[in-house]
Design a protein around this ligand. Structure first.
Ligand code: MTE
Ligand code: CO
Length: 423
């Protein structure tokens, strides 16, 4: 607003200019702004008259009841039960880059394991000099690190391979979260056990009833993987693997084994279910891409989007979204409002951390005409998010996993939004 101020104007004039600016803006934003005579301004409200709850009414705080709609959601027809299932992060309700702990999407193959940390152990064995078993207390005596990383399920956006399907970024892109993890470098634990020269792979196994397991190259395990016990400053949530989970930065979510109980060192991958029948990409020629660990550069506009239509009419509009790359930082995000004819560079805001979500904004005046919104992310290594056609020309139509194609939202003149495809 202070852009209305002229050089040399007095502070009072600046303030006045600012207020007039605000009034002009309100006019521009049509009828959506309430008049200054509205009763919530002119009459004293109950919360303004009576004292509220004292401290300790909520020993562990929860969101305002007015935010009760901000929840994870599943798509009931996707899976036959909720034990081996998925729900989705409400991306359209969030801002910044950190996902609130209670809103992280959940992907369980056998439900949530409820584990008493006192009876949890982590074993390291196989091609090591000294097989070891750690208690939780043992793990907390290693040097700790705090790191922010995104986790994306390889199946995120998988339902959209053959065309637009689910109406909302929660459902198309919500197998995604980004947290501050606290934990110890996996390298410290492996060094303690002493990996033998023949050791080239690591098998990570969970303590849940599915005993989920994945083979991970030793180089990655020694590089930036963490055994995390904390998220967003507190203990992991049960849904996220309490008391410990593996953090495999930039790589597909399936490898981030929750309720981690066993690490075995071997000289080759184990070829378990999750890396053969699942998490492989069937190509047009019938062969499958395998061990496609890294998550590609990707972005999505979270607002406006099908679950977050434009309710305020014409005038100033804040477009916002998320971008990420398993290879490192995001260097640029472009957005288009006309389905890709013209692109402008969006404004990145907030921390830019490698292998973490990045937040972008694009502010513009909506004239009430129909829009085709898209975003396109570019990472620091120059990788550009492809169109869905570009992706299909390389990978065919059989794939589910690793769909990082450009997403389109169609906005009609009433501000109602739908998932469509422009390739
Ligand atoms: N680890 C165990 N032990 N069991 C599981 O079912 N699901 C995996 C992975 N780790 C899973 C697991 C999959 S497919 C994904 S995408 C992520 O955990 C999901 O992590 P989240 O539930 O924290 O979102
Ligand atoms: Co997954």
């Amino acid at each position: 607003m202070t852009s209305n101020a002229r050089p040399g104007a007095s502070r009072r004039a600046v303030l006045k200019g600012g207020l007039m600016g605000a009034a002009a803006l309100a006019g521009g934003a049509a009828a959506s702004r309430a008049a200054a005579s509205e009763s919530v301004i002119t009459e004293i409200q109950d919360w303004n008259r009576y004292p509220g709850d004292g401290v300790d009414a909520r020993p562990y705080g929860t969101p305002s009841p007015f935010e009760a709609h901000v929840v994870r959601k599943n798509v009931p027809w996707l899976t036959s039960d909720t034990i081996s299932s998925i729900n989705f992060t409400p991306l359209h309700e969030l801002d910044g880059i950190i996902t609130p702990s209670g809103l992280c999407f959940e992907r369980h193959h056998s439900g949530v394991a409820e584990i008493d940390p006192a009876s949890h152990r982590l074993m390291i064995h196989g091609l090591v000099e000294k097989p070891l078993v750690f208690t939780m207390a043992d793990l907390k005596r290693f040097p700790r690190e705090n790191r922010v990383y995104f986790l994306e399920c390889a199946a995120n956006t998988g339902m959209e391979w053959r065309g637009a399907q689910l109406n909302g970024c929660q459902f198309t892109h919500g197998m995604l979260h980004c947290l501050m993890y606290t934990g110890v470098r996996l390298k410290h634990l492996l060094d303690e056990a002493g990996v033998k020269a023949e050791g080239k792979w690591l098998l990570a196994e969970g303590a849940d009833a599915s005993g989920m397991s994945r083979s991970i190259p030793l180089d990655k395990a020694m590089d930036d993987c963490l055994v995390a016990f904390g998220m967003n400053g507190e203990a992991l949530r049960p849904e996220q693997g309490y008391p410990i989970r593996l953090v495999v930065p930039g790589w597909e979510g399936n490898m981030w084994v929750k309720w981690l109980r066993r690490l075995e060192i071997g000289d080759q991958p184990w070829q378990h279910r999750e890396e053969t029948s699942k998490y492989t990409d069937l190509m047009a020629n019938g062969k499958a891409r395998r061990f496609t660990f890294e998550m590609d550069v990707k972005s999505v506009i979270t607002n406006p989007s099908p679950q977050a239509p434009i309710l305020h009419g014409r005038g100033p509009l804040v477009l916002s979204g998320l971008a990420w790359s398993g290879k490192g930082r995001i260097s640029r995000v472009d957005v288009t409002t006309d389905g890709g004819r013209n692109w402008t560079t969006a404004r990145l805001d907030g921390p830019s951390l490698p292998k973490a979500l990045h937040r972008f904004y694009h502010e513009f005046d909506w004239d009430g005409s129909e829009l085709f919104l898209q975003s396109r992310a570019i990472d620091e290594h120059g990788f550009v998010q492809p169109t869905k056609d570009q992706l299909r020309s390389v990978r065919g139509a059989n794939s589910i996993y690793h769909n990082n194609g450009i997403q389109t939202w169609h906005v009609n003149s009433d501000g109602v939004i739908e998932n469509v495809e422009i390739s």
